[in-house]
Ligand binder design. Structure first.
Ligand code: HAM
Length: 425
């Protein structure tokens, strides 16, 4: 009996194969380009962080910390987490590297950063996924909120994704939110017979999350619930109305959504989400907001912050769904076909010399017929094939076939790199 085990990628993790790399590359380039045009600098933070960073940062009573975080005890006995998100890490780095002494806000981004959440995998929901994170730390003016939302919108615009909306809300701050939460709880007290079991638990544990319950029986209750924007204090109201004025001036479209509360505890005032209108799958492509209390929560002096994250896999699913053409990288310029043991050695040396001269090439497989190698070259779409048989090896030449002109010439093998680089534009 065979005891061979078949290894597969873990549930909720995927291999990003060469075929899909042009999409990943394109999305990455667009994201970097927009962030850099807005003056943001790239930062990489570790995947492993202190477990408590997220308990304090994201909040103990959140799905992410309670149910979804990958927690590891290392050999030294320290409790670590595979990061479920990056905002807490950015804030830790801001504090650790004294970024308070730089001109504020400090504008940072990280692209294609892997995140880990133990959730039930489905289309667009993975256990290892990737995000673009953009954060502006150290400024509380609504123009920073507007800049961040504008940046986020610009990325979707330049990616060519059309069927998306920005949903916007303000959930107030430490001064006005308690009044709102109180009003929400009092209202729900009157609705106990209408709501689901989970909402009964949420009333005490995490009342704002009542508003994004997906159960159909709770929908009419949510629709008629008190709205956070009605309870904003003067400062929060002022902040929100300045933000909407800026967005209008910037021609960034948005829709006010009183149900939007987001799943992380650190938000204050502005919250927003980018959603696709497409049916099925996960429709939140990105989201974020203001987190003016987070840095203090992590042990720093009170410092405001504002940012968002976009899920790369969800963006790519939607690029494909909308049939958006991605520029494909050109095929290698030349295929090296070789026949015989001596030719094989000349061929591998030629391949290396071509690379060293900047010529992209594919080395043919050993032991395959010339016909088979030429067919392979045709499928790849190279412009040239260098043919090396025993005769060519003896004479130190290659037969160079031009695949578009359908003619061939003999070229000294040592001269081929120079010959081909002169043909590159
Ligand atoms: P989030 O809403 O938890 O926010 O995640 C942002 C985006 O990451 C989502 O809109 C989605 O596109 C993607 N995403 C989340 N979970 C998954 C998953 N399991 N599989 C695939 N994609 C996923 C945050 O992470 C906040 N840190 C955003 C932020 C930055 N707020 C302020 N600054």
């Amino acid at each position: 009996m065979s005891n061979k085990r078949k290894y597969r990628a873990l549930r909720g993790t995927v291999d990003v194969l060469p075929d899909i790399q042009p999409q990943w590359h394109h999305v990455r380039e667009v994201m970097i380009s927009v962030c850099e045009r807005y003056g943001y600098g790239q930062i990489n933070t570790p995947i492993l962080e202190d477990y408590n960073l997220f308990v304090r940062g994201v909040g103990e009573v959140t799905d992410i910390v309670e149910k979804e975080m990958y927690v590891i005890k290392d050999k030294g006995g320290d409790e670590l987490a595979l990061r479920p998100e990056a905002t807490a890490s950015f804030c830790r780095a801001y504090l650790e590297h004294g970024m308070r002494n730089k001109p504020q806000p400090v504008r940072l981004f990280a692209v294609m950063a892997p995140m880990f959440r133990y959730s039930r995998p489905q289309a667009g929901r993975l256990r290892q996924f990737h995000q673009l994170n953009v954060e502006a730390i150290g400024d509380q003016d609504p123009i920073t909120d507007a800049e961040i939302i504008g940046l986020c919108w610009q990325i979707f615009h330049e990616l060519g994704l059309s069927d998306i909306t920005i949903q916007l809300n303000s959930i107030g701050d430490g001064e006005c939110r308690p009044n709102y939460v109180h009003a929400l709880q009092s209202y729900y007290e009157q609705q106990l017979s209408q709501i689901c079991v989970d909402c009964k638990k949420r009333m005490e544990r995490n009342p704002l999350r009542l508003l994004d319950c997906k159960e159909s029986r709770c929908q009419p209750v949510i629709e008629a619930a008190p709205r956070s924007t009605t309870y904003l204090c003067g400062n929060c109201e002022n902040h929100f109305s300045h933000l909407t004025k800026c967005l209008n001036e910037m021609a960034v479209p948005f829709k006010l959504e009183h149900r939007l509360v987001r799943g992380l505890d650190y938000y204050t005032r502005t919250v927003f989400e980018v959603q696709t209108l497409a049916e099925g799958g996960q429709n939140a492509l990105g989201g974020g907001g203001r987190y003016d209390g987070l840095i203090e929560e992590l042990g720093g002096t009170s410092t405001p912050g504002m940012g968002f994250a976009i899920g790369i896999e969800r963006v790519i699913i939607n690029l494909i769904r909308q049939g958006i053409e991605i520029p494909k990288p050109p095929p290698p310029q030349i295929f090296i076909a070789h026949i015989g043991p001596n030719a094989k050695i000349s061929a591998v040396a030629l391949s290396t010399n071509l690379v060293r001269s900047g010529v992209a090439n594919i080395l043919g497989p050993a032991g395959k017929s010339l016909k088979g190698q030429l067919r392979q070259a045709g499928n790849i779409g190279v412009s040239y094939v260098a043919i090396i048989g025993e005769e060519e090896t003896r004479r130190n030449i290659v037969t160079l076939r031009d695949m578009t002109q359908h003619d061939q010439i003999e070229v000294p093998i040592d001269y081929l790199p120079q010959h081909l680089s002169s043909k590159q534009t």
